[in-house]
Design a protein around this ligand. Structure first.
Ligand SMILES: *[C@@H]1O[C@H](CO)[C@@H](O)[C@H](O)[C@H]1NC(C)=O
Ligand SMILES: *[C@@H]1O[C@H](CO)[C@@H](O)[C@H](O)[C@H]1NC(C)=O
Length: 243
């Protein structure tokens, strides 16, 4: 029901702004050259959800907040959204459509590099489009993203199903790598453990949940479900600086 409504509404928006609503599988998508992905109108959003945006405790979202077509945004206050809040409004719907567009573009990006392990812990990676040996991907500690070869390069992680970051996991950016250029593309839902410190746009086909005290630089997008937060700190990364 929601799905149908959403697709109908987004189809209208898509016609206006020229995005594709396809959800191609990694296997079937024809890989194109990696062109820079963009969060577009979603880049000013800390969190954008299809159904609900829920916070418990003193979450701080530095940026805009929204839902589309859902209208339930709860927990603000005591949570704070420093930008504008759109519950089912046009601004949120355009941001949600931009999330979907970025998601589909990421799914089609290539050439891809196959990671040896499902767990990103301990890796130091250059820009690239990465796939996992399993349907899901995990991060059980620190992942380092290295911009040495190209500080404007993008780091794209494609998961068929879930992404799970353990408590206190971390993404560290070195040599000019930028949070705005990190994309975690999740085929079902993403769960980020308590106290984690991530730097990524996290685009989940279903939902995104951050446990207590986690922080992120980037946009959280739930394409069909909810964004759920607990005492978290989210900072939208508007545009990348061109380096
Ligand atoms: C987000 O970026 C700022 C610098 O712009 C940095 O101080 C902060 O630690 C980053 N947050 C995370 C979770 O890494
Ligand atoms: C981001 O880039 C777009 C397109 O270049 C521009 O229209 C917009 O004003 C920029 N946003 C910020 C916050 O700089």
């Amino acid at each position: 029901m929601y799905h149908t409504l959403k697709l109908t509404y987004l189809a209208v928006l898509a016609t206006q702004i020229g995005v594709s609503l396809a959800h191609p599988s990694i296997e079937n998508a024809e890989k194109r050259q990696l062109v820079p992905l963009s969060m577009g109108l979603a880049s000013s959003y800390g969190a954008i959800a299809h159904m609900t945006l829920t916070s418990t405790g003193n979450t701080l979202i530095t940026g805009n907040c929204g839902t589309c077509p859902g209208t339930a945004i709860t927990g603000f206050p005591p949570g704070v959204c420093t930008g504008s809040t759109s519950a089912g409004g046009t601004a949120a719907c355009l941001a949600e459509a931009a999330c979907l567009s970025a998601y589909n573009n990421a799914r089609a990006a290539g050439p891809t590099v196959a990671l040896p392990s499902a767990d990103l812990v301990g890796s130091t990676l250059p820009p690239g489009v990465y796939t996992f040996p399993t349907a899901s991907g995990t991060l059980s500690g620190t992942l380092t993203l290295d911009g040495a070869l190209n500080p404007s390069g993008q780091f794209i992680f494609l998961m068929s199903t879930t992404f799970n970051a353990a408590a206190a996991s971390k993404i560290t950016l070195i040599n000019g790598a930028q949070a705005c250029n990190v994309y975690i593309i999740v085929g079902s839902s993403a769960t980020v453990g308590a106290g984690s410190q991530l730097q990524a746009n996290i685009l989940a086909y279903t939902s995104v949940s951050l446990m207590a005290g986690a922080s992120n630089n980037g946009t959280l997008c739930a394409l069909n479900g909810a964004v759920t937060l607990i005492n978290d700190a989210i900072t939208a990364r508007a545009n990348c600086s061109s380096l």
